[in-house]
Write a protein that binds this ligand. Structure first.
Ligand SMILES: Nc1ncnc2c1ncn2[C@@H]1O[C@H](COP(=O)(O)OP(=O)(O)O)[C@@H](O)[C@H]1O
Ligand SMILES: [Mg+2]
Length: 446
């Protein structure tokens, strides 16, 4: 491409497989589906950028369920890899947005690529677009998706298109159904499509071998989806009532007078989890903040949490102090946590069976049609890069679909869960047990 000064800017991108087909296909809705790290997001961003350069004055949009999650993912790939050279040469620049206009990349040929989340949709939905890229499309509702399609009528490009990427979910997910019904073209992206992992001769690169070994270490449905790219339902999940569309909700300002509870599951090699919960006047519990991180000391977690809840200069609390900190039992970790928080803790009721039943009960719709256990999106402020890299759960909501019963032959069915993907769920169970199982006698079978 050439700028006004006729300087040539070079950018290299060689798409393979599904990524290559995405580049030339003009179908109205295309979904790149596949396991983790195959190059899906990169391919979608490359196409969007290519079209912005080719069709002067086109309008594009990069969107995800929440704006916050976009900043740490697709936008990094766009800035560092896709648009690195043209950003450096000011062919494109970032505009932070205004009351009327969404944040966007502005190209010198008049094209724009707006950026936003479906959680704050007003500004992005008031425009029309030629091409929209939805990142991690399984997070959207079918409503979100359909309202985006109504925005595709800017008419500067010769065709209008919704492109999307995702890891697979359950076979019954609306997005899989939509593709089976023929409304969305699903292209299967594979690790072989990514030259960082597999070279032109078909051999694994060093990075590829390392990365694929991590994915090979996954188990259960997570492996089937993130290693093999299959749309499959989890078998034997403990919390059958979990439904991301119901229990995962947009963030809102929590009234100051709602009581707070903290719950903690210790870990070092496994993640340390500290959840902060608020309880509404009807007794509903909302997880609104979460630490979920491996390989850090309890005292570091304590210090970071205190930073989140208190004002830097005065040390004054920004949110109510917890009524109780309900903890996993490790005596040494508890003592360390208490010392560094300057607060006392109480040991959790750990009876697994009753605890699981109490959580399952709360996931059910109550008399008013709403569940009594809810999770605010984007509650983990710093996602653990080691977990994200290894495609492991990096928040409690990611554990629900993969927390399963131990089905080893000879074991009684649906009695003991596999002790994996249970760190945040244990902490959630502790807070629920604390609220719902008080007064229920503790029976110990000897
Ligand atoms: N064709 C390609 N050429 C060079 N690098 C690529 C290519 N495809 C993917 N990558 C790189 O591989 C990494 C993973 O790609 P990404 O698009 O984030 O994967 P996914 O969205 O499938 O999880 C990124 O650093 C990306 O830039
Ligand atoms: Mg991606």
């Amino acid at each position: 491409m050439t700028t006004a000064e006729r300087k040539v800017i070079q950018h290299r991108f060689a798409p393979r497989g599904a990524a290559r087909q995405l580049f030339t296909d003009k179908s109205p809705e295309i979904l790149l589906s596949g396991p983790a790290g195959t190059g899906k997001s990169r391919a979608c961003l490359e196409k969007l950028n290519f079209c912005a350069l080719k069709y002067a004055g086109m309008r594009g949009l990069i969107v995800r369920k929440t704006a916050v999650s976009l900043t740490s993912t697709a936008l990094v790939t766009y800035r560092k890899q896709v648009a690195r050279e043209i950003l450096a040469n000011r062919v494109v620049h970032w505009y932070g947005g205004s009351a009327q206009e969404p944040a966007q990349f502005r190209y010198s040929n008049g094209s724009t690529i707006a950026v936003g989340g479906m959680d704050k949709a007003t500004r992005i939905m008031s425009s029309e677009y030629d091409m929209i890229f939805v990142q991690e499309a399984i997070e959207l509702t079918v409503n979100d998706w359909e309202s985006l399609t109504t925005r595709l009528r800017n008419g500067v490009m010769p065709y209008q298109q919704l492109i999307a990427d995702t890891n697979p979910d359950s076979d019954t997910h609306w997005l899989n159904q939509r593709s089976l019904a023929g409304n969305t073209l699903m292209l299967e992206s594979r690790h072989e499509d990514n030259p960082m992992l597999v070279d032109d001769a078909g051999a694994r690169t060093e990075r590829g071998a390392d990365y694929l070994a991590k994915l090979d270490a996954l188990t259960g449905v997570r492996k089937l989806r993130l290693r093999d790219g299959l749309w499959v339902a989890a078998e034997g999940v403990v919390y059958e009532g979990w439904d991301r569309q119901v229990h995962l909700v947009d963030r809102f300002d929590i009234p100051h007078d709602w009581p707070r509870w903290w719950s903690v599951d210790f870990g070092y090699t496994n993640p340390f989890v500290l959840q902060r919960w608020a309880e509404d006047p009807d007794g509903r519990l909302y997880r609104y903040a979460e630490t979920y991180h491996t390989r850090r000391l309890v005292e570091d977690h304590a210090r970071d949490v205190l930073k989140e809840v208190t004002k830097q200069r005065t040390g004054e609390w920004k949110e109510p102090k917890p009524r109780a900190i309900i903890c996993d039992h490790d005596a040494e970790d508890r003592a360390t946590l208490e010392r560094h928080l300057g607060m006392s803790t109480i040991p959790a009721r750990k009876d697994v069976g009753p605890g699981i039943q109490a959580v399952e009960k709360r996931l059910e719709a109550a008399g008013d049609g709403r569940p009594r256990l809810l999770f605010l999106r984007d509650s983990v402020s710093k996602r653990d890069p080691a977990l994200v890299d290894a495609a492991r759960p990096a928040s409690t909501e990611e554990e629900f679909p993969v927390y399963v019963w131990d089905s080893t032959p000879g074991k009684p069915p649906k009695e003991t869960p596999v002790k994996d993907n249970d760190h945040g769920l244990d902490a959630a169970r502790y807070v629920v047990a604390h609220r719902d199982l008080q007064g229920v006698p503790r029976v110990r079978f000897m």
